[in-house]
Design a protein around this ligand. Sequence first.
Ligand SMILES: CC(C)(COP(=O)(O)OP(=O)(O)OC[C@H]1O[C@@H](n2cnc3c(N)ncnc32)[C@H](O)[C@@H]1OP(=O)(O)O)[C@@H](O)C(=O)NCCC(=O)NCCS
Length: 275
Amino acid sequence: MATLEESIDTLWERRGELSAGDGEAVAAVDEAIALLDRGEVRVAEVDERSGEVVVHEWLKRAILLTFQLAQMSTIELGPFEFADKLPLKRDYAAHGVRVVPGASARRGAFLDRGVVLMPSYVNIGARVGRDTMVDTWATVGSCAQIGDRVHLSGGVGIGGVLEPPNAVPVVVEDDVLVGSRSMITDGARVGRGSVVGAGTILNPSIPVVDATTGEELSRGVVPPWSVAVGASRRRELPGGEFFLPCVLVLRRLAEGERHDKAALNAVLRTHGVST
Ligand SMILES: CC(C)(COP(=O)(O)OP(=O)(O)OC[C@H]1O[C@@H](n2cnc3c(N)ncnc32)[C@H](O)[C@@H]1OP(=O)(O)O)[C@@H](O)C(=O)NCCC(=O)NCCS
């Protein structure tokens, strides 16, 4: 019997012929979304041996197929009306997740125990780790992988990657603080324990520079245990002198050290749910 992965890949090959009435296709895609929703599979993960991000493309394909197969429905909530194809996540209290009114997450996103969603949004395929705070107006895009004990501050934008289909999800590793209104997109990565200053723009085109040596460390990757801020670098271009963004690693923290501005306030994270 074909594995679920093989079934999804076969459906993807014949996606032009599929319709919402195709019960077998709907069932296979729904099974994949349910696995994502329960956190039993994930779209991307960091390979422990190589340290590289491994993307499970078949799960991204399952998410794209669910958009194709699902039908629009109207949802009414008091005076509010919505029209969408995908259902929302449910049963938060049973899973030890606190969700403040105004927050929503789509089914097929996984929120681990202890997650707090302030009025924010988590899209399908995203994974948010244990005890992570998604603060007000933060958005976690499709398939983004957010670690444990992370703080995504107010207004942070974590990009989603369903298009183009070969895009690598954003990875924010455990114990990171992302400062207010930062934008982390397109497969950018923040290493464990780092603090990203408010208003930082990070994507795979943005150089990450060591402030001590001036060395360009990477494009789009903040190394673990770094304190990094958005900065600008001078560029001479035919049209004149310009200042393009970069990310500056101001200093390194010792492994396991918590930046004093990144201390978590436990009282904001209590759930009343024993885990
Ligand atoms: C990145 C951050 C942790 C740095 O704090 P710090 O280690 O105490 O460093 P300092 O405040 O001494 O700043 C070091 C330098 O970086 C600059 N800087 C600090 N934050 C910056 C930011 N977000 N963007 C650009 N430059 C920044 C400072 O102006 C300073 O420059 P100077 O050396 O010329 O004086 C902090 O500034 C920050 O942005 N925290 C996140 C705040 C936030 O969004 N919290 C959300 C919950 S409310």
